[in-house]
Design a protein around this ligand. Structure first.
Ligand SMILES: Nc1nc2c(c(=O)[nH]1)N[C@H]1C(S)=C(S)[C@@H](COP(=O)(O)OP(=O)(O)OC[C@H]3O[C@@H](n4cnc5c(N)ncnc54)[C@H](O)[C@@H]3O)O[C@H]1N2
Ligand code: MOO
Length: 438
């Protein structure tokens, strides 16, 4: 059993008010502690805008000009001054304006311009009629367009700057860049932006019983599914990941591996070896080399999750049970990684849904995250069921689930039909379930 660390070993940068040596933290306390403790890495780099998805913006971006640059037509049709149309809905066509041409001269009063989607509106025109609604007539004096009544002033016109106004703050430093953010930045004409540097993460599994897939397995051994899980999660995250392999249940080896890893990484992430078994040396190694800021949560699964630091390198120790490893990563690893990469973080959205299950009685005092399966009821409304078996070793339940159902600490039971909080896995950036069923 690990002892609380010597307070004198606390790094000077660490604020002692966050020490929680002698009690189990709640979910909220643990997230708050992680957010308070984790500094953003220093260092930025410039990258092409189209290669920046998932990166964290390191500069504020202002619009250097209006988008769109000028008033443009939103449809193929005819452009005119609404005042002229109000006087007569038969307008001689005086010109033709294609998209991509320089801003045309002012439109002659009392006439219409043939115009196409995206073309700059001529000065004097403020309204566009869709071609499907109009009739073009050849007359002795040339082409005339007959526009139906009822068009409001400004119809089918896109205003200059209606998407982004020159000078506006388009994206703040700390934004996690999505394709639509990059489209906005591209619309400003920027080809490169500054982003925070990629994180350096070391990943390792622990335990003498763990073996890597691809080789033989003997009785008592377990294939290293957590490595597959975590490596896959990191493939979607802006980080360079080093695989440290499997640490044996040997105190000296674990300590040496963690010390070496901490010297060259921003984060060491382990799975297994966090609880109090005799072969569980990870926590002791972190205590000896650095400091644990939290261990033991009033949360199921994930109770023995630990978080700390070795020098400037952060440490997150996920429990070995695969369900606890994933839930721990999503609930605590994600805010940690967000903060470390300088990205703004918000708690995942909880959707209130009726429970399609019941829990007649439960142990209070800990928050529980169940595997939740969305179901559509006969009346078409949504509800959430729970995966039938709660075991923390069941990867099957993680695969069947669409997300997590959060049961609060004080709940003594859950009644079928009661509203529960459902967090879709998509809230954590995971893809939706797409299991082939036939
Ligand atoms: N006496 C107590 N025993 C346990 C406690 C406790 O508080 N007191 N907590 C239980 C809980 S909750 C969990 S979760 C586990 C976590 O234990 P560890 O983090 O120390 O993990 P291990 O003991 O190494 O392994 C637990 C379980 O997970 C399997 N495992 C481990 N690594 C992997 C991997 N890379 N891939 C797949 N599966 C893995 C391992 O074989 C074990 O079955 O402790 C409880 N016990
Ligand atoms: O983290 Mo353990 O059950 O809570 O698997």
């Amino acid at each position: 059993m690990s002892q609380p660390p010597d307070p004198t070993a606390v790094p000077t940068a660490v604020d002692d008010c966050f020490r929680h040596d002698d009690r189990v933290l709640t979910h909220e306390e643990a997230v708050a502690l992680i957010l308070a403790r984790v500094p953003a890495v220093a260092g930025t780099e410039r990258v092409p805008v189209e290669a920046a998805v998932g990166r964290v913006l390191a500069e504020d971006i202002h619009a250097p000009r209006d988008v769109p640059l000028t008033d443009t037509s939103a449809v193929d049709g005819w452009a005119f001054a609404h005042a002229d149309y109000a006087a007569s809905n038969r307008l001689p066509v005086s010109r033709r304006i294609m998209a991509g041409r320089a801003a045309p001269d002012a439109l002659a009063t009392g006439t219409a311009a043939r115009i196409f989607t995206g073309a700059a509106m001529p000065e004097g025109a403020d309204t566009v009629a869709m071609q499907e609604d109009c009739r073009a007539e050849e007359t002795a004096d040339g082409l005339v367009v007959v526009v139906p009544p009822g068009l409001r002033p400004g119809a089918n016109r896109r205003r200059a700057g209606e998407d982004l106004v020159a000078g506006a703050l388009v994206a703040r430093a700390g934004t996690g860049l999505r394709p639509q953010d990059l489209a906005a930045i591209g619309s400003l004409g920027l080809a490169e932006i500054s982003v925070t540097r990629r994180l350096r993460v070391a990943l390792c599994s622990t335990g003498d019983e763990i073996v890597r897939p691809g080789g033989p397995i003997r009785p008592g051994e377990v294939y290293d599914s957590n490595h597959v899980l975590l490596a896959s999660l990191f493939s979607r995250i802006d980080a360079d990941v080093d695989d440290l392999g499997i640490l044996p249940d040997d105190a000296g080896s674990v300590r040496a591996a963690l010390a070496t890893a901490a010297a060259s990484h921003d984060l060491v992430l382990t799975s297994g070896g966090t609880s109090r078994g005799e072969g569980d040396h990870v926590a002791d190694a972190v205590d000896a080399l650095g400091h644990r800021h939290l261990w033991h949560l009033a949360v199921k699964p994930g109770r023995p999750l630990s978080f700390g630091q070795i020098g400037d390198c952060l440490f997150l120790g996920l429990p070995g049970n695969p369900v606890a490893a994933l839930v721990g990563f999503l609930l605590y690893g994600q805010p940690l990684l967000a903060r470390l990469s300088g990205r703004a973080w918000r708690p995942p959205v909880r959707y209130p849904l009726p429970a399609a299950f019941a829990i007649p009685s439960r142990k209070t005092g800990r928050r529980e995250f169940l595997r939740g399966i969305l179901i559509t009821r006969p009346d078409g409304s949504l509800a959430v069921d729970k995966y039938a078996r709660d075991g923390s070793g069941l990867i099957t339940g993680l695969r069947a689930a669409d997300g997590l159902v959060e049961i609060p600490e004080q709940a003594t039971s859950v009644v079928e039909g009661a509203t529960v909080a459902f967090i879709p896995f998509t809230e954590f950036g995971l893809p939706p379930r797409q299991t082939a069923t036939d």
